[in-house]
Design a binder for this molecule. Sequence first.
Ligand code: PLP
Length: 365
Amino acid sequence: MKVPFLDLSLQHRTIREQALAALTATYDATRFCLGKDVEDFETAFARTLGYSQTLGLNSGTSPLHLAAALAGWGPGDEVIAPPFTFISTVWGISYVGAKPVFVDVEEDTFNLDPAKLEAAISPRTKGIVVVHLFGRPAKLDAIMAIARKHGLFVVEDCAQAVGAVYKDTPVGLTGDVGTFSFYPTKNLGGCGEGGALVSRRDDLFAKAKLLRVHGSGRRYYHDHVGFNFRMDGFQGALLGVKLHLLAGWTARRREIAERYRAGLRLADLQVPAGAGPEGESVWHQFTVLHPRRDALREHLAAKDIGTDLIYPVPLHRQACYLELGQPAGSLPVAERACATCVSLPIFPELTDAQVDHVIAAVNAF
Ligand SMILES: *Cc1c(COP(=O)(O)O)cnc(C)c1O
């Protein structure tokens, strides 16, 4: 039995007719940049997931860049972030000339470890970018308590956590700014690049809206040095079609995760934790750790099971950040995760039989 790591065609086949009708309407109306499709999506996204307003953007990296600009970070400033994440988490920090300072993650959740935060704070520290990795909410209360004490601006990178709720609050509304990605492989994915920004602070949201379109509220008058971060009409149209299906997809991801958690029994395999007090994961990834992960991957590949390494290198050991001077061995939890992680297939269209095949193959290793 073949189990691909991810097959986007299955999802798109089931919505083909509605999707092509929506995309055709956008095409016929030539609503190519922002416009009604994006506005309708922004409204629907906000209403469906519990935000007062959302801003559609052209990638998940753009809101992280906007967040860094809104925070006012710049040269000489330090911003704390986890090292076990996708690189975009820290691009915004670097784009504005500030310096990422990596703090290790928790053993069981892979999210920023609040217990290690305070030791990394210096007089130059201006903010924290926290990630809800693999869809699991991070420990925001503990992180916010430290942030408030030191006057730090907090960004929530929710790229992998669309639909996740921290205690009773949708992710993105506890910190100052929340950011989303609609890259095609994300839990809610477009037919191209896309992203969004949310904020509980109206002042920041209003400024982000100006910055999105060349720092301009009125055409050809520019109050700020801005960006071109507009979402395109096709993304708004397709994401609007998919949004209604997200809750069902998330429920199916949770079923698959529970099936894995109940069935995986291999010795020395670290299986991700279930729901905790900070809420339930939306299971963007199901990532396990095993000391012989390369051999495990080969064993699974021989049984036609796709896997991925998410992520193989911690950010402080990426070539572009070696100059920051955080040596190998300095962030042991993230380093061990990168050295031993394997992500198993988890997407809504997987059948129980496929999940059971993966479980049996892992257990037989
Ligand atoms: C996908 C992702 C982003 C943003 O990615 P884009 O490709 O720019 O949409 C940011 N952070 C994390 C953790 C991600 O997984």
